[in-house]
Design a protein around this ligand. Structure first.
Ligand code: PLP
Length: 374
């Protein structure tokens, strides 16, 4: 069976894990956490970033940092993972769901302005499949209406908008190192703080609402409870594993992009009528995810089954959040056609470091056979 995902291990992870055993430093914010922070600062120019236990916890931290309160409105794409919205719902926000674009599942930036009210506090966007949203337009709205922008860049490591790394635009940005992402440590995440007003408080919220980080830097002589917060920092075990991955980031990216391009070329050559990702000129592709768009939900179900019979695991993705069980009775009734369309028709194909070119061709051939007989 060709699985949908298979986490890649570089070999360095084990060595660094052993080092945590030898040093007996297992709690967070030690050597490996610092190495990871420095890596992100140097590679992507992020001024301030903090490892977290997941992208979801980085989103939780974002909602606390923005002081999201009941009555605040937050604009979020309906086609996203649950925690993009959940972090803000947890603080009592009214979630205003936006539709996706016709050209790709990213938030339709042209639809945002009509959703802004005097209560709107933030726009949360998702760079779906690591392909950039239209950041110039979104940052313009931020400035025009005095809003915050949070980039859910969970899938967007090492991807760029007009040459600038994703995660460096919003007031805050969040990354995931879940094992399904390009770079992983099982469960892990990163909060990037681009708005310097949040530097100090971010550290406190991450350290259970205490100023312990300042204490460890010798800036104060005792630490205590100064704000709300929780335990958002990962152990050195996770940081050590992650650092082992980061040292291979370029190699991992090269391989994933190569696989992505093999799919792309196959479809362009043999399956020209099928809709596949088409990154806009301003965006890069980081090889996170390759999808195709079926004509309808029934066709997608039949294709999934056909691929399964041929030993290939392909999976659909998000279900419109505005139609979720939790959101029953909370949505304002607007139809979000594109979000529903991707919920019903988008299909993700296997993509992982160790997937071979032959396997990609085999998957392509199976899809071709399916469409020829249908
Ligand atoms: C994976 C993902 C998340 C959640 O990441 P975790 O690290 O598992 O919390 C959130 N948003 C998006 C868009 C994702 O792809």
């Amino acid at each position: 069976m060709i699985p949908f995902n298979q986490p890649h291990v570089s070999g360095k992870e084990e060595q660094y894990l052993k080092e945590t055993f030898t040093s007996k430093k297992f709690a967070g914010d030690g050597k490996f956490t610092r190495l990871c922070h420095n890596y992100f600062a140097e590679k992507f120019g992020f001024n301030k970033c903090l490892l977290t236990t997941s992208c979801s916890s980085a989103l939780d931290m974002s909602a606390i940092l923005l002081d999201i309160d009941s009555g605040d409105e937050v604009i979020i794409p309906s086609y996203s993972f649950v925690t993009t919205a959940n972090a803000f719902a947890l603080r009592g926000a009214n979630i205003v769901f936006a539709d996706s674009k016709t050209s790709n599942p990213n938030i339709d930036e042209t639809s945002i302005e009509s959703l802004v009210t005097t209560k709107t506090k933030a726009i949360v966007l998702v760079h779906y499949a690591g392909i950039a949203c239209d950041m110039d337009k979104i940052m313009q709205l931020r400035n025009d209406y005095n809003l915050y922008v949070v980039e859910d860049a969970a899938q967007a490591i090492d991807s760029y908008y007009k040459g600038q790394p994703l995660g460096s635009f919003g007031d805050l940005a969040t990354f995931s190192f879940h094992e399904t992402k390009n770079i992983q440590c099982g469960e892990g995440g990163l909060l990037v703080i681009n708005n310097s007003n949040f530097y100090k408080r971010a550290e406190i919220i991450r350290e259970k609402g205490t100023n312990r980080s300042q204490f460890f830097r010798g800036e104060i002589d005792k630490y205590g409870w100064v704000d709300v917060g929780s335990s958002f920092l990962p152990s050195e075990i996770l940081a050590a594993f992650l650092y082992g991955q980061l040292e291979y980031l370029e190699e991992i990216q090269k391989m994933r992009i190569k696989i992505w391009n093999t799919y792309y070329d196959y479809f362009k050559k043999h399956l020209r009528d099928i809709k596949i990702p088409d990154p806009p000129d301003f965006a890069t592709n980081n090889g996170h995810l390759f999808y195709l768009i079926c004509s309808n939900e029934d066709e997608r179900a039949r294709l999934i089954e056909y691929l399964r019979e041929n030993g290939i695991k392909a999976v659909f993705h998000y279900l419109s959040l505005h139609k979720s069980h939790f959101f029953q009775g909370k949505h304002d009734g607007r139809e979000l056609y594109n979000s529903d369309f991707y919920s019903n028709c988008l299909l993700r194909l296997p993509l992982y470091y160790d997937l071979t070119e032959n396997q990609v061709e085999f998957i392509g051939d199976c899809i071709k056979k399916f469409y020829n007989k249908n």
